[in-house]
Design a protein. Structure first.
Ligand code: AHR
Length: 632
């Protein structure tokens, strides 16, 4: 018999408890949630024509020149000068899209745009979408007129769906034309914002009702070298002025034969802040602290040269929270968002370690706290939490009175089950914990064979009961990584998978969602023989009150192979006779969801008769169950 003290609040659960970790890895941004359909739209990849092919048909002829105007436009140096030399036939460009083609949906409206300048003659653009069997499934025409750079756009719809359509830009009429920023977006994006984000993917985030959104990573914050670190100031404003860089994850794990994974920053800091606001999440930006990725070059900025990095952090806080009388608050206002973003926390460095991190952390913390004493600082505790590096950081940051410590765990399902008590005996007076990156690894961390299977998700659920039970210490938690393209990933497991058209949540996604939607407001004690339930007979549990809905919420995880008859004796409260139950279950640990079967493991809702203050039930093997009891 499990005992629940529903009349004894143990600790409040922070609104931030379950959140999202976003990083542009696995094609998460470009080719993923950023809905741009043209690869290398500004010809700024290292090979400026990467993603593009010159095309000729029906006797059409001409040539393309890549022009470099770096002195004039260092942030967008290249454009294309196209010479159309034939009166008849077709000459032009084909774009390969992302991961072998462009996802096009029947009936969707597409918005094609280009920066163009007529040099000589009157060259017209004919846009064509080719679907399966090379059938034309959409077309449009544009007639640029100006001899100066101008933006031209046209909308058209598609008559068929194709996962890997081809996009052709045919040029007709003898002459010379300059082209840049060749772009195509679906009209239906998240909140229908022009040039916006893929609605199905952001909806999946919104459906978690996350408490926070951490961005932009991950290792891409650091860069392989300092030169390719994430610089937020270069990610805002006009998209043709956001300098492209090669993605830090471009060559990882050798799944990627060509260096074609870039960051265009179309999804930049303004978009991150707005998305966080849209989905009700607190923004948590992580900034580079003067250190490149310690798994790569380990480049470091000398301590006396950190000023530009510090300034970026201070300016970011002003950008998020300042009013229009401040320099950066005015910029946010000018970008269309007069209201502040209400930034309350900022990360200094991602997954750093060593004394060199501590030195830089001290300088950042002093500067940020001097100007913004209420902004909480998230401090890294390095990679997987064990060994001398973790111990040094943990001890130092505790002695320096750090606000929030970011622990990462990529480990076996067994580790997650065994560590459900990890925080039971943590220092209650020290810094708060952010379980900033975690995911159970079915094979081992870094293995491309890792699966997003039910055994892993169950183990994460078991561990999460321990996070929630210790909500006085653990204030935030996020699974990582978040997104992966089925045809272009570097890292597995991941929470949400997608192709060019569709997406699905893994079993881990539904665990995250279940915990987030059912977290309640306050933890109450749930014990077995006066002990927390963390592994006895393979069972894990936690209970909370939801003061807003006046409910008692029990979360029970049975990781074992046999069903468990359980009785909950509830002290306090008076409950209605019917409880709502939400169950995640599979008979097998190796069950996975997929694009074809996206909901093999997904929540099933039911009701259960409740006998006053004694709840008798059986929790099936391999099951996560939430029981919600409404007070009378
Ligand atoms: O989530 C993938 C990577 O794991 C992150 O970029 C990094 O912080 C960690 O090592």
């Amino acid at each position: 018999v499990y005992t629940i003290q529903a009349d004894k609040i143990k600790t409040p659960i922070q609104k931030t408890m379950y959140g999202i970790f976003f990083e542009d890895i696995n094609q998460a941004a470009d080719g993923g949630v950023y809905a741009e359909l043209i690869k290398n739209r500004s010809f700024e990849f290292n090979m400026p024509l990467m993603g593009w092919d010159e095309q000729k048909k029906d006797g059409g002829d001409g040539r393309l020149e890549v022009i470099n105007r770096a002195t004039e436009r260092p942030e967008n140096a290249h454009f294309i000068k196209a010479y159309v030399t034939s009166e008849t036939g077709s000459f032009g460009l084909e774009n390969e899209g992302f991961r072998g083609g462009t996802g096009i949906k029947e009936g969707e409206t597409y918005s094609f745009s280009v920066m163009a300048r007529q040099n000589d003659g009157n060259v017209k653009l004919n846009i064509e979408l080719h679907g399966d069997n090379d059938a034309i499934i959409g077309k449009a025409e544009l007639s640029p007129t100006d001899k100066e750079w101008n933006r031209y756009s046209v909308k058209f719809s598609s008559s068929a769906t194709a996962k890997k359509a081809k996009v052709f830009v045919w040029l007709s009429g003898k002459g010379v034309i300059d082209l840049d920023m060749i772009s195509m977006f679906p009209e239906h994006t998240w909140k229908n914002r022009p040039g916006g984000l893929r609605a199905d993917l952001v909806q999946k985030l919104a459906d978690i009702k996350p408490g926070f959104l951490r961005f932009p990573g991950g290792c891409i914050v650091e860069g392989r070298e300092l030169n390719t670190r994430y610089q937020w100031k270069k990610s805002i404003g006009d998209i043709d002025k956001r300098t492209n860089i090669i993605n830090r994850w471009n060559t990882e794990f050798a799944h990627r034969p060509a260096p074609d994974y870039y960051q265009t920053f179309g999804l930049g800091f303004m978009e991150y802040f707005m998305t966080a606001e849209d989905i009700g999440a607190s923004p948590l930006p992580i900034l580079n602290c003067g250190m490149a990725c310690e798994f790569n070059t380990s480049e470091m900025v000398p301590l006396d040269k950190l000023d530009p990095y510090l300034q970026d952090a201070l300016d970011l806080i002003e950008f998020a929270n300042g009013d229009a009388s401040t320099q950066w608050g005015k910029l946010r206002t000018d970008l269309g968002h007069p209201a502040p973003f209400n930034l309350k926390m900022i990360g200094v460095g991602n997954e750093q370690w060593g004394p060199q991190y501590i030195d830089r952390w001290k300088i950042f913390t002093k500067a940020i706290k001097a100007k913004y004493p209420d902004v909480k600082i998230v401090s890294a505790l390095g990679p997987f939490p064990k060994g001398p590096e973790f111990d040094l950081l943990n001890k130092t940051f505790r002695s320096l009175g750090a606000d929030i410590l970011d622990e990462h765990y990529y480990a076996s399902p067994k580790w997650f089950r065994d560590n459900a008590r990890r925080y039971d005996n943590y220092d209650r007076k020290g810094p708060k914990i952010f379980a900033g990156e975690y995911a159970a690894q079915s094979v081992q961390t870094g293995s491309p064979l890792n699966k997003n299977n039910w055994e892993c998700a169950l183990a994460e659920a078991a561990f999460m009961t321990g996070l929630e039970r210790n909500a006085d210490v653990v204030n935030m938690a996020s699974y990582a990584p978040l997104f992966a393209h089925v045809d272009g990933w570097q890292w597995t497991p991941d929470l949400i998978w997608f192709d060019n058209l569709k997406s699905y949540g893994t079993p881990s996604y539904y665990v995250q969602q279940l915990f987030s939607l059912n977290k309640g407001t306050d933890v109450v004690p749930l014990t077995l023989n006066n002990e927390s339930v963390a592994g006895q007979e393979g069972c894990f549990a936690t209970a909370s009150l939801d003061k807003n809905t006046n409910e008692l919420i029990i979360k029970f995880v049975n990781t074992g192979a046999t069903a468990q008859p359980v009785s909950f004796k509830i002290n306090g409260g008076a409950y209605q006779k019917k409880a709502n139950v939400i169950t995640l279950h599979s008979d097998r640990g190796d069950t996975e969801n997929s694009l074809e079967n996206p909901k093999t493991i997904s929540p099933v809702e039911s009701t259960m008769a409740v006998n006053g203050k004694l709840v008798n039930t059986t929790i099936e093997a391999y099951t996560v169950q939430v029981i919600r009891l409404k007070n009378k």
